[in-house]
Design a protein around this ligand. Structure first.
Ligand code: HEM
Length: 459
């Protein structure tokens, strides 16, 4: 009986899906006629290149690099219903994402990873909206010069712990990097130390891992075809999973925020970003979940990125050890005496005397950057560029791994060669590579990121 009564519903649903697909094909056809995109990579009807794009970062790097070599400075993919342009030279990244940042700085709709999994509240995934501006304003006002010294103190302490961990348990070096990156950011944001056996370490790492996994273009059907989010909720089989992940993030971040609030109530809280943030946002209408995600997003954004960069520096030291010898000579000179081994560990105050170390950190950002295909932005307005006509809603990214390994961009790009950064832009951490992104989103980041990694390297 149930079988017969469900047939009309099934038929109606199938009919609706077929009409929707035809509508999309028509829309796509009209769009391609009205606009002119950079060379399109051939793909399947309707699905475009959705199934060609590798889901892991390690496979994305050579894949996007080989397409750039074939198509030149720009190419276009079709992912579900979106056109996705890759920018393959610093010239076009600067022209579009930097100089026209106001048009190129939104984020594409992500019904799964942003709306469900993050309740629309992860700042890294927000569009160029009032909500983004409000959260960013508070964050920026706190992540200012005063915070720099706090970063420095925590990094100094944690990098000594890192050295101890390397010496004590060398086989756990990777885990030690992970702990270090998380510990620094946790100290800065939540004012507490983190040791290897901390009960919230795994759950915290898991939040960033889940986010990055689901963020990969093409990784979920509904983010590839956002129109599916209009289906009645009972038909959205992915919904329960998204909501479960959202609740889990709230639980994990809520635990950290709860601890800070308790310490604030007792009057024994160490100064940290969360205290300033909670006090500052009391004057605003920001809701509790947004507060949790603003603070948690900082931990997510700062941990994996720093850990990966440190691990790449270690890889570079193993694969091309010549630069390590030169780094060591510089450190010996500043922390010892001429012809001597270093007699002490370097300190933040030594930075001006250690340009080679600053250059090595920048080379680390360039040589193997985190996020090989960048973090896609979305165009909020139509635009024209060198004969192309691009509609609002187009996704645009900088082909980061390709840019860093292109001989049009860098002399001898495969070589880990810090000397390439010994120039007038040495102390501008954003100049000379694209590791921190392009345009409006990257501007946020300033000096602080460079320091996290530099401290580890100098020590
Ligand atoms: C090696 C270290 C790091 C790297 C390579 C890195 C890289 C990036 C990249 C590529 C983006 C996206 C930019 C874009 O879409 O144009 C981003 C965004 C962001 N990062 Fe980092 N990051 C690092 C460390 C940090 C740290 C330590 C923090 C926090 C203190 C942080 C906070 C953020 C925030 C809040 C955003 C979102 C910006 C916005 O939407 O306004 N990052 N980062």
């Amino acid at each position: 009986m149930a079988h017969y009564s469900s047939s009309p519903v099934l038929l109606a649903t199938l009919g609706a899906v077929v009409i929707w697909i035809l509508h999309k094909i028509l829309q796509q056809w009209q769009r391609q006629r009205r606009y002119k995109f950079p060379p399109m990579v051939p793909g399947l009807p309707i699905f475009g290149n959705s199934f060609q794009m590798p889901l892991t970062q390690i496979e994305q790097a050579p894949w996007a690099q080989s397409l750039a070599r074939r198509y030149g400075e720009m190419f276009t993919l079709r992912l579900g219903t979106s056109n996705f342009i890759f920018l393959n030279s610093s010239r076009v990244v600067t022209d579009l994402m930097e100089k026209r940042a106001a048009k190129y700085s939104s984020r594409n709709p992500m019904p799964f990873v942003q709306d469900l999994m993050s309740g629309g509240k992860r700042i890294v995934l927000m569009g160029y909206t009032d909500q983004w501006r409000d959260v960013r304003k508070v964050m920026h006002s706190i992540l200012n010069s005063r915070q720099m010294t706090q970063f420095a103190e925590y990094q100094d302490l944690e990098s000594k712990q890192l050295l101890w961990d390397y010496l004590d348990r060398p086989e756990l070096w990777y885990r030690a990097n992970q702990r270090y990156a998380n510990a620094v950011i946790l100290s800065v944001v939540f004012g507490r130390r983190l040791l290897l056996d901390d009960e919230n370490l795994e759950p915290l790492l898991k939040q960033a891992e889940e986010m990055v996994k689901h963020l990969q273009p093409g990784s979920t059907l509904v983010d590839t075809f956002p129109a599916l989010s209009k289906l009645p909720t009972w038909m959205q089989w992915w919904r329960a999973k998204g909501l479960r992940l959202y609740e889990e993030s709230k639980r994990v971040y809520g635990k950290e925020v709860g601890r800070v609030r308790n310490r604030m109530a007792k009057g024994d809280a160490r100064p940290c970003f969360a205290i300033d943030f909670l006090k500052e946002t009391e004057k605003t209408t920001m809701d509790e979940d947004q507060k949790l995600f603003a603070l948690g997003s900082l931990v997510e954004a700062g941990s994996d990125t720093s850990r990966m960069t440190m691990s790449q520096l270690i890889a570079a030291a193993v694969l091309q050890p010549d630069w390590v010898q030169r780094a060591r000579e510089h450190l010996d000179r500043v922390c010892g005496g001429v012809g001597d081994d270093a007699k002490r560990l370097p300190r933040f105050e030594d930075k001006p005397d250690l340009p080679f170390i600053t250059a090595a950190v920048k080379e680390g950002f360039r040589w193997y950057p985190f996020g090989p295909i960048g973090v896609p932005h979305m165009m909020s307005q139509d635009d024209e560029y060198e004969g192309y006509k691009l509609p609002a809603g187009t996704m645009v990214t900088w082909n980061m791994h390709h840019l860093s390994r292109s001989s049009d961009e860098y002399k001898d790009p495969e070589r880990f060669w810090p000397e390439r950064f010994l120039n007038e832009d040495l102390n501008n951490p954003l100049k000379g590579h694209w590791a921190f992104g392009a345009g409006e989103f990257s501007e946020y980041q300033t000096q602080k990121k460079g320091n996290v990694v530099r401290e580890m390297l100098t020590q």
